[in-house]
Design a binder for this molecule. Sequence first.
Ligand code: ZN
Ligand code: ZN
Length: 590
Amino acid sequence: MKKIFVAAVTCFLIASCGNNNQTNTKTETMQSDDSLFDAFKQNFVEDLWKMYPSWASSQGYHKYDSLLVVPNDESRARELAFCKGTSVMLKTLDLSKLSDNNKTDYYMIENQINSTEWAINSFKSYEWNPSNYNICGEFAEMLGNNYDSLDTRLHNFYLKMENIPAYYEAAKKQIKNPTVEHTQLAIDQNLGGASVFETDLNDALKKSHLSTQEKEQITTRAKEAIVAIKDFAAWLKNLKNETPRSFRLGKELYAKKFEYDIQSGYTADEIYQKAIKHKAELHQQMFDITKQLWSKYLSDKKMPENKLEAIKMMIDKLSLHHVKADSFQTAIEHQIPLLVDFIKQKDLIYIDPSKPLVVRKEPAYMAGVAGASISAPGPYDKNGNTYYNVGSLSGWDKEKAESYLREYNYYILQILNIHEAIPGHYTQLVYANQSPSIIKSIFGNGAMVEGWAVYTERMMLESGYGNNEPEMWLMYYKWNLRTTCNTILDYGVHVNNLSKDDALNLLINEAFQQKAEAEGKWKRVSVTQVQLCSYFTGYTEIYDFREELKKKMGDKFNLKQFHEKFLSYGSAPVKYIKTLMLADLDKEKK
Ligand code: ZN
Ligand code: ZN
């Protein structure tokens, strides 16, 4: 693998030198810088997939499906060599001569490389997070996802299983002083996932056309896989670890991870301060509305002295306004064209009518995670449909369904549709596909993508969606409080040592969440870091940038143009989009 990569490096350097010796006209040089970079990207992605076959499969690239990389010092050394080779190549390129699309791709590759080096040399979760070692999901995907004939998939499944025992033996050697939380997670996930090699595999074998002999070979190897997985779980259970590492990252690691994962123009600390301030503002706005609506909804009750208690009573009352369980999906379907009409009428952003959104009932393999989500085709499946998956409540017991419907009440359901579909995730996706970039498909910036969806919620309400009804605004604030408190929680827990009691108090009493939801959040924050900040960070950056532009441009600012231009850069980090848009503005002025 290493050799192949070195060969690609050499090849590229020669091409690059050749270019510098040419005496082209200016436009031709610009073209060739971009085409050179395009060629580089193609090689880079090919090498990336060779390096990370499991990641490749998850993106719909199936050339290396039969490979399982054993995680050890050697594989990490290969990764570091890959990073080094890539950064050498990047340095040979003249960034200033690239198109905007390629500039952002360049930054994103650079970030990926730096982030990988940092993860290996400093973050070292391969030592303290045993849940990094789990192969069940990728094997399940091979059986469940219909991208090739079942026989071919089973053949690759068989080849890939060969390294499973070596994989878990290597994992044991990597683990040092793990956290209690990640150890437990690894035990649960591995034991839970092992059924892939029993039930799921047996079902698939029955449907296949393989010979009896082939089937036996597969079953024998699967048994060895299960032994390796169970042995790993038992090893973790018995691991002597008297001074386990804390799951809390601490200030230094957190700041760096935030920098690489979010790629924000703000530091983690700045975002945390902004979230604290925003929470206080939201509470004040919510209390003002509560006072205003009190006589309309709760005139028979005395308003509590405590602001937060009063707000909670009003939220509970308004949440009773919801659709019936059996009309949940149709309510969403009816909503979509109304959102499109509103956007047209207010001239907020162009929506391509040739790419309508398909609303469908959540497919069985997704079931369990109720709610709504967007399924977009991956980078290697360009002709695939984009779906809006809506969870069904059929079969739910009455109490659970009622609680869910109150959560996704009449108001929140509309905000959810804005976020997930129009003009949120779905619209952003349509624009991103217009400037196709394999790099942005693979490394797409989560904070930009989520930030955009969260930004559109407020933008729609500010433009008059919901007729400025106070009820709608109150529910919007509650919704927004969730992303705000996610940030406070994440930073609070990992940097400020926030206790579990204080965390639950924040979520239940200050963000008005149900106890079950808050407990789930606590579990999530104790095994993940930084990701919970992406929503609020992206939203804040986009909103602040828009306000800055408004000031700069005065009468010339146009909301529709801002949205279309902003989205035209694809799923790049907001700070780069901002730099490029400001540079364009300067050019226009001259
Ligand atoms: Zn009800
Ligand atoms: Zn989202």
